[in-house]
Design a protein around this ligand. Sequence first.
Ligand code: HPA
Length: 271
Amino acid sequence: MIAAINEAVDFIRKHYEHKPAVGIVLGSGMGSFTDEIRIEKEIPYSDIPHFPVSTVAGHKGKLVFGEVGGKKVVCMAGRFHYYEGYTAQQVVFPIRVMKFLGIETLLLSNAAGGVNPAFQVGDMMIITDHISQLIPNPLIGKNEQELGPRFPDMSEPYSKKLIARAKQIAAEKGIALREGVYVAVTGPTFETTAEYKMIHVMGGDVVGMSTVQEVIAAVHMGLPAFATSVVTDLGLRPEGMPPVTHEEVLHAAKTAEPKFKALFCELIAQL
Ligand code: HPA
């Protein structure tokens, strides 16, 4: 595992000489964040040794290197989801590679379903905590001591410092922000009504199919993480409302894009 990470890192360093300070993972519908990057280099995932290989025809993903707000960043344009058939370890491989490339902060984003009755489609939520028990943990298996401890502490999975900074930026810029708990599920089915209710009762504000395995891998390595969700649909909808569709999710994510870009750009500039 460590050898595979090092081989990926060596390959990337041959093509891009700078050390990125920030790693960014873009969620569904948020791919145009790369417009905010002064791009220096792009490397397709398919070129990088040991990166998960996409089985989906036409699926393209790449690492984008460049600058945002005077900071060197590496951005994953396209992430790996457990529901695509990758193992939890494959899903988090790029996070480990970015850490070995030198990132000191990890910023993630996703589209999620709202189960907090106060939430509306298009809301942006800072993830303050998560519930990971419905998905496989990426740290299951032999522990790589070089990455982190066998039993990592999870009392602050999302950096309180970064959350405070983001809230201050949002207040200054007049960006409305929610805060709450993200419940991770495997997907690819959206939830049944009973499942959305369970997720609400168990303490969730939103539910989604990404992010949490990546954050667990980051915390394992002592890498501070910050994540936001865009609420793209409401799980607990009144009787008779039409069901959630992927198109609806992508459309709603797009409407929140300006808020998301403004917050992430300023957060990166202030790191
Ligand atoms: N459930 C799970 N994942 C999601 C949802 C949802 O309702 N919306 C966007 N991603």
